[in-house]
Design a protein around this ligand. Structure first.
Ligand SMILES: NC(=O)c1ccc[n+]([C@@H]2O[C@H](COP(=O)([O-])OP(=O)(O)OC[C@H]3O[C@@H](n4cnc5c(N)ncnc54)[C@H](OP(=O)(O)O)[C@@H]3O)[C@@H](O)[C@H]2O)c1
Length: 305
């Protein structure tokens, strides 16, 4: 392990199923093009970003079938196959992208199966390390969606199963059918939504994968309250947002997404930052209004690029 990789060690580790990964992770969605709808303008750059993430010691990468119709899975394969033994790639099925940046739950068993097969082929794997149900589809019986995931696991197509965008009740209902190796919900310092889910994951020792950790770049703004704390620590606002997540709970894995090597390096370097009590109490006053949270909940089904 080189000096750069030692930085990510400082973020700590979590167990996802039978795998141990660094908590500071990487979200691949931003490797796609505008609105996560098509290929990136500069594919070679996207490949370089993915490779750099692994060079920096990232060993947990998040993607989904619906990110530009598999484009990000293809980029990960081009960049990283044959994959390092310690790299866990998580992907998801259960949402269809119907227009640029607009997702709808689609949890019919036939679709989940098809998307699992498509992800296996695009990633060039015989088994998916971690396969999420991207959203619970309210139009399909819950047990059918989870039962399909259990079948895929029994058939050896997925190693571990995760849930995304869920409540505590949904986690517990799913656990009656299948082990839940990770939960992935929206969470950041300004949008502490669903803290009951985080508390539950902490009690049950389920890794909580925080998507939207920099609030789509919003928390990296120089005029944000996070920037005041950043100035004190000679850090960047994005780094403070990530350090806050690491400090908030030992089960949190942030998955910041970026298409920039400079931002990627900055984000991974946040693994070494430690926030003092004084910084944490200043950040505690940050909370989005109910209206802002409602808008963010809508983003949950329609991430913007
Ligand atoms: N489970 C779900 O429903 C769900 C939904 C959405 C996303 N996700 C996952 O979560 C990951 C992260 O979510 P996200 O991409 O929506 O939000 P995010 O990580 O909070 O924000 C990403 C945005 O912030 C910018 N950024 C990143 N690092 C920066 C830095 N150091 N300084 C300034 N700007 C920076 C990026 O732009 P640049 O490219 O210019 O750096 C990008 O536009 C995704 O990649 C995806 O894997 C999951």
């Amino acid at each position: 392990m080189n000096d750069v990789q030692k930085r990510i060690e400082r973020s700590g580790t979590v167990r996802i199923g039978d795998r141990t990964v660094h908590r500071m992770s990487f979200g691949a969605m931003r490797l796609a093009g505008k609105d996560v709808w098509g290929p990136p303008a500069d594919r070679a750059n996207a490949v370089r970003v993915a490779r750099r993430a692994v060079e920096l010691g990232v060993n947990h990468i998040d993607t989904a079938d619906s990110y530009a119709f598999g484009v990000t899975e293809g980029i990960l394969r081009e960049a990283l196959h044959p994959y390092p033994d310690d790299l866990l790639i998580a992907t998801k099925a259960g949402q269809a992208q119907v227009r640029p940046g607009v997702w709808e739950p689609l949890g019919r068993p036939a679709y989940l199966r098809q998307q699992c097969e498509a992800s296996l082929r695009r990633l060039g794997r015989e088994r998916i390390d971690l396969f999420y149900l991207h959203r619970v589809d309210p139009q399909v019986p819950f047990d059918e969606q989870i039962g399909t995931m259990r079948e895929l696991q029994d058939e050896g197509k997925i190693a571990h199963f995760g849930l995304s965008g869920v409540t505590v009740d949904q986690i517990e209902a799913a656990r009656r059918i299948i082990d839940v190796a990770a939960v992935q919900n929206m969470f950041n310092v300004a949008a502490r939504v669903g803290e009951d889910v985080l508390d539950h994951c902490e009690r049950e020792r389920i890794p909580f994968v925080a998507w939207f950790p920099i609030m789509s770049g919003e928390l990296a703004r120089a005029d944000h309250l996070v920037a005041d704390v950043a100035a004190d620590l000679n850090a960047t606002p994005a780094q403070i947002a990530l350090a806050w997540l690491l400090a908030r709970s030992p089960v949190i894995c942030p998955i910041p997404g970026t298409s920039s090597i400079a931002h990627l390096e900055e984000n991974v370097a946040a693994s070494t930052l430690r926030l003092a009590d004084e910084h944490l109490s200043r950040l505690a006053s940050l909370q989005s209004t109910d209206d802002e949270l409602a808008a963010l909940a809508a983003v949950g089904s329609a991430p913007k690029s």
